[in-house]
Design a protein around this ligand. Structure first.
Ligand SMILES: [Mg+2]
Length: 248
C-alpha cells in the first residue's frame, strides 16, 4: 500500500470533527465522575443491616426503589431524599419504630456518600480542557444545588464551563428553556450524558442532538430504551468521555 493510500485510509477511520463553536451541554454524575457506585454500596450496607427475615435482598431493593421514586416526587433529588427513603423503607419493612440508635446507623449509610472524594472518570479533565478551546461547555445536572455545585468545585473542573445549571428535573421542557436561555441553535447543540431518561431522550425530543456515553452502573431509575433521533437530528454513542475529542 502506498503512503498516500495509508493516509487516505487513516482519514477514513477518523470521524469527521464538527466545526468549532458547538454548544456542549454536559451531564455530571456518572458522566464526569463516579456517583451511583457510592449509592449502590450504601444500599448494600443498608440491606445487610436490615437483614430481613422474610424478604430477600432483591425484594428489599425493589421496595427501596419504589420508596425512592415516591420520595423524589415529593422532595426532589439529593442526599436528603435518599436519607429519607432509607428511613421510610426501614420503617415500612420492619413495622417497628426507628430508635435514635437505628436512625443514626441508617443516616451513616447516606453520610458515607457525602464523605466520598470526587473520583473523575478516565481522561475527563484533559478532554474538557481540550474541548473548551473550541466549544462552549455548559454543565447540566439535576439534584440538590448545594451538593452538585460543591462536587463541581471539588472536582476542579469548574473553570472549563461557561455556565452551570442544576435543575430539579431534566425533562423535555427543561431542555427547551435551557436552549432558549442560552440561545442554543439546535443543529449545533449536543446533550452529553449517561442517562437515557434524563440526558438523551428528553434532549432529542426537545430538538437537540445527543451523545450517549453509557456507564456500567447507571442508576436503575435512569434506565430507559434510547430513542432513535428524529429526522435531521443526530445521536452518537461513545464508549468513553475521551472519545468526544475525536468528534468535536
Ligand atoms: Mg448522569
Amino acid at each position: 500500500m502506498t503512503s498516500q493510500n495509508q493516509a487516505a485510509n487513516q482519514l477514513r477511520s477518523q470521524p469527521l470533527r464538527r466545526t468549532p463553536n458547538q454548544t456542549l451541554l454536559i451531564d455530571a454524575d456518572d458522566t464526569l465522575w463516579e456517583n451511583n457506585i457510592y449509592f449502590e454500596r450504601a444500599i448494600a450496607s443498608f440491606i445487610s443491616y436490615l437483614d430481613h427475615r422474610v424478604h430477600t435482598p432483591e425484594e428489599v431493593r425493589g421496595h427501596l426503589n419504589r420508596v425512592e421514586h415516591a420520595t423524589i416526587l415529593s422532595h426532589g433529588y439529593g442526599l436528603h431524599s435518599f436519607r429519607r427513603s432509607l428511613v421510610t423503607c426501614f420503617e415500612q419493612l420492619t413495622d417497628t419504630p426507628v430508635t435514635p440508635e437505628k436512625h443514626g446507623r441508617i443516616e451513616s449509610f447516606a453520610q458515607s456518600i457525602a464523605d466520598q472524594e470526587i473520583e473523575l472518570l478516565p481522561n475527563v479533565s484533559p478532554t474538557l480542557a481540550d474541548l473548551a478551546t473550541r466549544h462552549r461547555l455548559i454543565l447540566v445536572t439535576k439534584g440538590d444545588l448545594e451538593e452538585q455545585t460543591g462536587k463541581l468545585q471539588r472536582s476542579g473542573l469548574a473553570p472549563h464551563f461557561t455556565a452551570v445549571e442544576v435543575l430539579p428535573e431534566k425533562h423535555h421542557d427543561a431542555y427547551l428553556s435551557l436552549a432558549a436561555h442560552y440561545a442554543c441553535e439546535a443543529p449545533s447543540t449536543w446533550m452529553i450524558g449517561n442517562s437515557p431518561r434524563s440526558d438523551i431522550n428528553p434532549a432529542l425530543s426537545a430538538g437537540l442532538n445527543a451523545i450517549f456515553i453509557p456507564h456500567d452502573f447507571t442508576w436503575v431509575l435512569e434506565h430507559e430504551v434510547v430513542n432513535q433521533p428524529p429526522a435531521g437530528q443526530q445521536l452518537l454513542e461513545l464508549s468513553t468521555f475521551a472519545d468526544l475529542a475525536r468528534y468535536f
